[in-house]
Design a protein around this ligand. Sequence first.
Ligand SMILES: *[C@@H]1O[C@H](CO)[C@@H](O)[C@H](O)[C@H]1NC(C)=O
Ligand SMILES: *[C@@H]1O[C@H](CO)[C@@H](O)[C@H](O)[C@H]1NC(C)=O
Ligand SMILES: *[C@@H]1O[C@H](CO)[C@@H](O)[C@H](O)[C@H]1NC(C)=O
Length: 306
Amino acid sequence: MHGLTTLLLVFLAGQAEAFRICAFNAHRLTLAKVTKEQVKNTLVQIVARCDIMVLQEVVDTSNKTISFLLQELKRKFDSSRCYSFLNSSQLGRSTYKEKYVYIYRSDKTQVLNFYQYEDKDDLFAREPFVAQFTLPSKILSSVVLVPLHTTPKDVENELNALHAVFLDATRRWQSKDVILLGDFNADCGSLAKKRLSTLLLRTEEGFRWAIADGEDTTVRASTNCTYDRIVLHGEACRGLVRTALAFNFPQSFQLSEEEALDVSDHYPVEVELDQAPNSMQPPSLATLLLLSLLLPILAPHWSPVA
Ligand SMILES: *[C@@H]1O[C@H](CO)[C@@H](O)[C@H](O)[C@H]1NC(C)=O
Ligand SMILES: *[C@@H]1O[C@H](CO)[C@@H](O)[C@H](O)[C@H]1NC(C)=O
Ligand SMILES: *[C@@H]1O[C@H](CO)[C@@H](O)[C@H](O)[C@H]1NC(C)=O
């Protein structure tokens, strides 16, 4: 029986392992900011939750902010994890510029491809920096990530243009499994509810908005807006979604609002992908067989009709 219990635990542990993809508007992330002790500690914990983290608003003229963060992650996890990063160039229409930066677990995933979307008509303040990553899943071997941090002044146009970026990426890499994510500013004063429902990413079939309308992605108690979003496309990709949420880091790490705001005014948003299709599917034959074998042993007095 000992052997069987172990088998069951190993089996369940295998089932339980998910792959977490996150996006975080890290609010003007500079070297000066990330080297502050408390900011550093919080940021490292936030990034460490994710297999792939897409940071936005990295305002990094020194080019040292991300290497500092990686060094801290390496210090924390020593040799038990490997981290790498992929950054865009500095993007922006004025002298104010920011980068998109992917920080990812290179022991679990790899970058297959990436490109900077060519924004010929200047539709975006910060055009998406698109990347394709491998997934440790038998169902889906890779996924395309399309990050966007919109400017609050032009949310509707940028989000409609994002659909064109989606089409561009799917054509380029012949892949329908795409995750669009980031601080879309898709709520409150920046995008009326009525306009939200007319977006191409809402009216076209096949997109799943995993962070639901009404979910608060902002730190301030005085605001309640669903600015940050994760939108999934592709049957395989959508089928793997286990959970999606805005991570309330002030609550989890017991920070005051003021302490949290030193890190960001946004929550990270996160989606967990299963390695196998999610619980919408009936349990596999193997699971049922294993349970039917084990139940009488583990719970000899249990009977379904009692
Ligand atoms: C940071 O990198 C950019 C792009 O490669 C470069 O133009 C800039 O001079 C670098 N800044 C410093 C301080 O090295
Ligand atoms: C990433 O940043 C470095 C330095 O800031 C820069 O030299 C490099 O070109 C960037 N990568 C991309 C893909 O733009
Ligand atoms: C934010 O507003 C939604 C309704 O739009 C509500 O369901 C939710 O509980 C609110 N969240 C917070 C943290 O106040």
